[in-house]
Design a protein around this ligand. Structure first.
Ligand code: SAH
Ligand code: SF4
Length: 375
């Protein structure tokens, strides 16, 4: 179940002095290639080779001349992030611990489902925010990931399934959730560029409806996220009153619940087709009462939304416990019977500690009528 990858080889690749073309958008690519006399239309062909065909070797770009392929190989590379550790769970969930050029690490997890699969990717190494129930928030080192490091996570997963060129149907990497390490709206420009390449039909061609960005509530960036990226939005709510949310999600002191929900109401295009997901981590005796469930309903009733109840995933040193099953079911029932779709997420990949709680998982308890999977 556990396949530690040889890291030496990866480091050799990473210490390659040639700049990587991965992470560049169409404009940057054209600019990087023009000093070699490469015309814009050729640069667009190369864009498709990189992001739609996923080639990692210039030799495979068969509609380019041999000379051009040689020149490209001499000057550039198409390297993915290195992998310092790879694990596969009994349930098929896979986790990659990625290592970047400066030896910083971040995680990326794939959760397979019937006919599809979700990749949970990171936006930062660590996180500057300090949500009290989140392990990532305890990490000292924090930096933003580059575009190459963000898009590279998706490309690496595609490589592992040999899912190139981008297939039209039956993808194993069909859905993306930005629910790994970091606060994506604190790394807005890089996240935006990476997701635009992911959505580009001549790039990775992943529909914006299949990409979800999760934020702890960086209110001023929410509108831009909708307008400039246009992906599905998930909000880490976790509490229904400011006192408790200040404690659990300290960014709430800056942008309290009222402002956060106002930004959700204004989220560009938030129609029924683009409902906002409210994430709610279930913490025993802290935020899981029936009263809080009813208050949640009152707060979000007028926002086209759905609720994901995430059983708390404990980590060494954490002060919280996960709510009892009975409390989670009751909470779920109250929200559902008020007409808001709620579901309980069953953590996947527990045996490899992939279920940081952040990760996509399947519903274990749907409304009697049956709640379809949302992602
Ligand atoms: N920073 C962003 C995205 C990454 S966290 C955000 O906070 O939304 C993704 C989700 O996992 C968030 O809802 C987060 O609150 C939740 N989460 C973090 N640690 C968890 C844990 N130990 N158990 C359950 N959920 C957790
Ligand atoms: Fe950062 Fe999200 Fe964890 Fe909060 S929950 S510390 S915002 S990664």
């Amino acid at each position: 179940m556990n396949g530690a990858s040889p890291s030496s080889q990866e480091f050799i690749k990473n210490h390659d002095a040639r700049p990587s073309l991965i992470g560049m958008d169409r404009t940057e690519l054209a600019a990087a290639l023009s000093p070699l006399g490469i015309k814009p239309y050729r640069a667009q062909q190369i864009f498709r080779w990189i992001y739609n065909h996923g080639v990692s070797d210039f030799e495979a770009m068969t509609n380019l001349s041999k000379d051009l392929r040689n020149t490209l190989t001499e000057q550039f590379r198409l390297t993915r992030p290195g992998v310092s550790h790879h694990q596969k769970s009994a349930d098929g969930t896979q986790k990659w611990l990625l290592v970047f050029d400066d030896r910083q690490e971040a995680e990326c997890v794939h959760i397979p489902e019937t006919g599809r699969g979700t990749l949970c990717i990171s936006s930062q190494v660590g996180c500057t925010l300090t949500c009290s129930f989140c392990h990532t928030g305890t990490q000292k080192l924090v930096r933003n990931l580059s575009v190459a490091e963000i898009i590279g996570q998706i490309m690496l997963a595609r490589d592992s399934f040999d899912e190139w060129p981008t297939p039209q149907v039956d993808r194993k990497v069909s859905n993306i959730v930005m629910m790994g390490m970091g606060e994506p709206l604190y790394n807005f420009e890089k996240v935006k560029q990476a997701l635009l390449i992911a959505m580009d039909q001549e790039g990775l061609s992943i529909s914006k409806r299949k990409i979800t960005l999760s934020t702890s509530g960086v209110v001023p960036m929410i509108e831009r996220c909708g307008k400039e990226i246009g992906v599905q939005l998930a909000i880490s709510l976790h509490a229904v009153c400011d006192d408790l949310r200040n404690e659990l999600v300290p960014i709430n002191k800056k942008w309290p619940i009222k402002q956060l929900l106002a930004a959700c109401r204004n989220y560009p295009g938030s129609r029924n087709a683009r409902r906002i997901t409210f994430e709610y981590v279930m913490l025993r005796g802290v935020n899981d009462s029936a009263m809080e469930a009813r208050e949640l309903v009152r707060l979000i009733r007028d926002i086209p939304s759905k609720v994901n109840l995430i059983p708390f995933n404990p980590w060494p040193g954490s002060v919280y416990e996960c709510s009892t099953d009975a409390a989670i079911y009751e909470f779920n029932e109250i929200v559902n019977s008020a007409g808001i779709t709620a579901r309980i997420r069953q953590p996947r990949g527990r045996d490899i500690l992939a279920a940081c709680g952040q990760l996509k998982s399947e519903s274990i308890h749907a409304r009697r009528a049956g709640v379809p999977n949302q992602h």
